[in-house]
Design a protein around this ligand. Structure first.
Ligand SMILES: [Zn+2]
Length: 229
């Protein structure tokens, strides 16, 4: 039988009445529901205050106990009561509007690490230097790739001279394809991290070579290369 204060009645009484003290309710913390269900009715002690009375009334008016029924666990986020990772994910994430451009990033035949990095970049969730300075992790926000301008997402991936050269190569030689868009963002991010963590300064030709190599890994990639911009 369920513990009254722990997991009864689908939702804990503690959750429903957060201001009620268990000790004030004059019921043992380990009390079971069956301890308070006598002769087919609730048997609560006299309430010590109005809040406790309200709690007792809430229980009396809304719940009854069917002795003999076996306790069961039901996953309320799913109509059939069964737990699934998908329903958990839906429950944790408040539904938000789909952005019209999401298919530019997430598409059949993508390279997940490229898409993930690009998604973070477009949502300004990468730890670029402008953020690290704000968090006092590093002392300066100067771009690791050009050493000239403050580094934020827009600068790092689009207006930085280093990145600009790479985009020129990509657009000229590989076209406007979403696979290359994500690969380019990913490789620019890798190049920047290479400077910071390995003191390895890549040039734009090397980064462009990596982008082409990544694209070549995707078998039959021409099937998924749809123009996007
Ligand atoms: Zn730069």
């Amino acid at each position: 039988m369920s513990k009254l204060f722990m997991k009864p009645l689908k939702k804990s009484i503690v959750d429903r009445f957060p201001n009620i003290s268990i000790t004030d309710a004059d019921i043992s913390k380990s009390a079971s529901v069956k301890d308070l269900w006598k002769n087919n009715q609730w048997a609560f002690s006299d309430p010590i205050d109005e809040a406790t009375q309200e709690m007792w009334n809430q229980i009396k008016n809304n719940y009854c106990v069917t002795p003999g029924n076996i306790d069961s666990i039901t996953w309320k986020a799913q109509s059939n009561g069964l737990f699934t990772i998908k329903s958990l994910w839906r429950n944790l994430n408040v539904s938000r509007c789909k952005v019209p451009w999401y298919k530019i990033i997430w598409f059949s035949g993508n390279i997940p690490r490229h898409s993930f990095t690009t998604w973070l970049a477009l949502n300004n969730r990468l730890n670029t230097k402008d953020k690290l300075v704000t968090w006092k992790v590093i002392p300066t926000n100067i771009c690791s790739l050009c050493n000239q301008y403050p580094e934020d997402v827009n600068h790092l991936f689009f207006s930085c001279k280093f990145s600009y050269e790479i985009w020129n190569c990509v657009l000229k030689d590989m076209g406007k394809r979403r696979l290359f868009l994500c690969a380019t963002v990913y490789q620019i991010w890798l190049a920047k991290n290479g400077v910071i963590f390995n003191q390895k300064v890549a040039n734009s030709d090397q980064v462009f070579g990596c982008i082409k190599a990544d694209a070549a890994v995707v078998a039959n990639y021409h099937l998924v290369l749809l123009p996007v911009f």
